[in-house]
Design a protein around this ligand. Structure first.
Ligand code: ZN
Ligand code: ZN
Length: 468
């Protein structure tokens, strides 16, 4: 088996790793690079590999940095199956349709700008048509079920990763040239234990090779209890002084978690009686998919469901799909909570809410997820005094609150535990660290070298290949 790291190598986004075995080729994930527009467009546009040669894609979960370049792969010749869990398939469907629209809008925007400068029009990375073409290639399978891949030379199996609904880590078993049984484990994005909605990550099997994410390789999360207190204190402080709370949140996962936390505060009588809006058609659709897959959620939710038939809805909450209502929210002068996408404030309706509210010091912006470099969300976290939103500069006078502990990613302790579990049995030879910023990766690499000293820890560069 040969592995080549084509994305999420010394960076967080663009997850994509090529596996080759006996002349068969499969991709682990096919994500979009996100960040600076021009730079990421180049990366997303140019597949270094030939899509027509890929026989299948094994997809860890629905997030766009893992699934978002599938339509382009298909557009340029990939015609095989995309294996993922059933919930991932449902989520990918809505996320890719949304992404197709974004790609078309982005291309229109860049074309208008280019034409003004006398430069040629810009083609979208892919279109909504390309999205419709790739969707039938998605094949949902259950957690724990095996599928034969790479011309029958390998078997793949999904295990619960606890990161978002349907998220899996991947076990791939195959025979080495000498006939020995080998196991490769790909972590995908790893979640955390005792999360509000999701089941705990499963224990991984022993493996010979581990490809491990490292988003929070240099961080430990605060406990959840502190977090919920802080969340509720922050809300009450801002609303209490007459401000609005804007929460940029990923449509899938974070939005439902926030809504569920608010739902519990509501049930306990601890949520001020202010209107709450989930202002995003995508988040609204994603919540429907959570409702469809309730059995995948943890025992807490199963218990809550006995008395509260909808943990994603309460009296003061409104889900907003249409543009009119979204605009109406901006005319409200009294305190209100607005949850809107995108999660890193790069696109979507949250930009309007931010541009309308960020200059008022009574308001608060709550950052509840990982913010990649160069994104607006990251600039807010870094407390820049001025930011550009929708083409205009704004003074940042609203209070910026960060609740990083809400992350859907495990912290350093979770990642170390996962690696130690794969090392059990003593056959683990190499760990490849992916999906992290350089400092997080190097820190994780050095602690892993102490934890599992007989294992080689590698931080691959983009395009580097290894014989496993
Ligand atoms: Zn993810
Ligand atoms: Zn990711």
């Amino acid at each position: 088996m040969k592995a080549t790291f084509w994305g999420a190598a010394r960076t967080v986004t663009g997850s994509s790793h090529l596996l080759e075995l006996n002349g068969h080729k499969a991709l682990l994930d096919c994500g979009l690079f996100q960040g600076r527009r021009q730079q990421t467009r180049e990366l997303n546009l140019h597949f270094v590999l030939n899509p027509a040669e890929i026989e299948e894609v094994i997809l860890s979960h629905a997030h766009i940095d893992h699934s978002g370049n599938l339509p382009a792969l298909s557009r340029y010749g990939f015609s095989g199956n995309i294996y993922c869990t059933n919930a991932t398939r449902d989520l990918v469907e809505i996320l890719l349709r949304d992404s197709g629209h974004i790609q078309e809008k982005d291309a229109e925007f860049m074309t208008r700008r280019n034409l003004r400068k006398g430069e040629p029009p810009v083609e979208p990375l892919y279109t909504t048509n390309d999205v419709e073409q790739v969707l039938p290639q998605l094949k949902g399978i259950d957690f724990g079920q095996s599928r034969s891949v790479m011309g029958g030379a390998a078997q793949t199996k999904f295990h619960i990763a606890g990161h978002i609904l349907g998220a899996a880590f991947v076990e791939i078993s195959y025979k080495a040239e000498n006939g020995a049984d080998r196991t490769l484990v790909f972590s995908g994005d790893l979640g955390r234990r005792e999360m509000p909605l999701l089941r705990d990550p499963a224990s991984p099997p022993a493996g010979d090779t581990l490809i491990l994410e490292s988003t929070y390789g240099n961080r430990l999360h605060p406990t959840r209890e502190d977090l919920l207190h802080e969340f509720s204190d922050n809300l009450n402080r801002v609303l209490g002084r007459g401000g609005k709370v804007i929460i940029p949140a990923f449509s899938v996962g974070r939005t439902q978690e926030i809504v569920y936390a608010l739902n519990n505060l509501w049930n306990e009588g601890k949520l001020p009686k202010v209107p709450v809006f989930v202002d995003s058609p995508l988040s609204t659709n994603a919540t429907q998919i959570f409702r469809r897959h309730l059995p995948l959620l943890n025992d807490n939710i199963q218990e809550v469901l006995k008395t509260d038939s909808d943990p994603f809805g309460f009296d003061s909450l409104t889900y907003v799909r249409d543009v009119q209502t979204s605009k109406m929210i901006n005319t409200i002068k009294t305190p209100v909570i607005i949850i809107s996408a995108s999660g890193m404030a790069e696109a979507g309706r949250v930009l309007h809410h931010l541009s309308n509210n960020i200059e008022d010091p009574r308001n608060g912006v709550m950052i509840v997820g990982f913010q990649a470099e160069h994104t607006l969300g990251r600039k807010l976290v870094e407390k820049l005094p001025e930011v550009r939103i929708l083409g205009e500069m704004h003074q940042v006078r609203a209070e910026i609150m960060t609740a990083n502990g809400m992350s859907a990613h495990g912290d350093q302790a979770d990642l170390r535990r996962f690696a130690a579990d794969v090392a059990k049995g003593g056959k683990l030879k190499r760990v490849f660290l992916v999906h992290g910023e350089e400092t997080a990766m190097q820190t994780l690499a050095s602690v892993l070298r102490e934890d599992i000293p007989n294992v080689e820890i590698i931080v691959p560069e983009r395009g580097q290949s290894f014989d496993l």
